[in-house]
Design a protein around this ligand. Sequence first.
Ligand SMILES: Cc1cc2nc3c(=O)[nH]c(=O)nc-3n(C[C@H](O)[C@H](O)[C@H](O)COP(=O)(O)OP(=O)(O)OC[C@H]3O[C@@H](n4cnc5c(N)ncnc54)[C@H](O)[C@@H]3O)c2cc1C
Ligand code: SF4
Length: 443
Amino acid sequence: MPNSPFTPGVAAARLPADTLAENFGDLHPPLEPHEAAVAADRCYFCYDAPCITACPTSIDIPLFIRQIATGTPEAAAQTIFDQNILGGMCARVCPTETLCEEACVREAAEGKPVEIGRLQRFATDTVMDAGVHPYARAAATGKTVAVVGAGPAGLACAHRLAMKGHDVTVYDGRAKPGGLNEFGIASYKTVDGFAQAEVEWLLQIGGITTEYGQRLGHEITLDGLREAHDAVFLGVGLGGVNALRADGEETGNVLDAVDFISDLRQAGDLSSLPVGRNVVVIGGGMTAVDAAVQSKLLGAENVTIVYRRGRERMSASVYEQDLAASKGVRIVTNAQPKVVIGNGSVREMEFEYTADGPDGLAGTGETFRVPADQVFRAIGQRLEGAPEGLALKGGKIKVDADGATSIPGVWAGGDCATGGDDLTVTAVAEGRDAAEAIHAALA
Ligand SMILES: Cc1cc2nc3c(=O)[nH]c(=O)nc-3n(C[C@H](O)[C@H](O)[C@H](O)COP(=O)(O)OP(=O)(O)OC[C@H]3O[C@@H](n4cnc5c(N)ncnc54)[C@H](O)[C@@H]3O)c2cc1C
Ligand code: SF4
């Protein structure tokens, strides 16, 4: 008998292949040209537009929407790429509901913002699908820069430096570029191998050499890179995962949510990916929601997110929480993990309710259990293996407003560095701005 959502334990192929293909299809299908024209028409082209201020890369949103409205999506794409070379990915993955679209005056007036994200995708896809790379390099400067990490921060930095005429070598510990665009973001946000296609398109600028399988602290060192290059940019993200601090954490099938998501993103055949009948995800951010929703889409019967604080404190947006609920994920709040129960493999999780008290969040002593064949930890990532001598702050590489670290000639940005939110678009902004600062320093 084939497997189904009711098959006990952890099993692959709980759903037929065509259902899986449908489940993991594009979350927001692209706009057709006439739909884009209608969506663009809703923009008031505000003076001092709040949507621009809300965008971490400060894209001139009313300008690109006007360019779409006047039938020049190529010009719209250029407006976007000038600020954000990963505008194609950001159009797919940005939590627009807490950024530009939340700030849109039509959201305030009518509760229905201009569809900025989907319009951005319409413009960027037009240019990328045509295989056009609209930038050329400046005259060669003779300077070389090492970029460590081929995630959004590193790629944005490398592209801007290459445009300025510097020769860039991008080193990454993995065998493929893209960082979390390739290994982390939920499948249904970036379908059809878009992450790799975008990197290939970005590299068309020229002047960027890529070296994969090169880990900082192993095959390469910061001292070596400083000697070999005129400047170094670190965009290594957050490779470590926080521990649950629950008894029995080492029990089988208690896994890191990011590893599960990475396996899913790399799986050639989704039917080969095992998932529990009862899945419990611990955490309250995007990673928790992504692991939970994708477990459900793979065919888990019961998926429960458990978060230690109230719903309003979850870092997953209301939109993401609603997405999870719409897929049948249950969200339990104000509960913290106590004990992983199981002999060899997890069978149940015990949680304790929590409440805010004078000394912060504390357990109330009241407990409950949730059946679990698979438990995913999604309680935050941390920086791993920072090179010695780099000043850290709050567990991240300490940088100034330009991304400069405590070591001369070394800049950092993206998730690994202090600064804005851990989002793709913020990483792009920080990589781009560090490139401008490096260029100024090398002049
Ligand atoms: C599961 C998940 C889902 C997410 N979903 C979204 C979303 O929907 N929208 C959104 O905006 N953001 C999302 N984020 C956050 C977003 O992915 C990150 O903020 C963004 O990728 C950070 O970019 P980065 O370049 O700083 O780091 P990363 O994307 O992590 O890239 C770092 C790169 O450095 C490499 N590297 C690491 N250590 C070394 C080393 N020692 N030597 C050499 N190379 C190294 C890695 O292989 C990787 O390629 C999500 C994150 C996760 C974990
Ligand atoms: S705030 Fe909304 S209506 Fe105003 S310019 Fe931005 S997208 Fe257009």
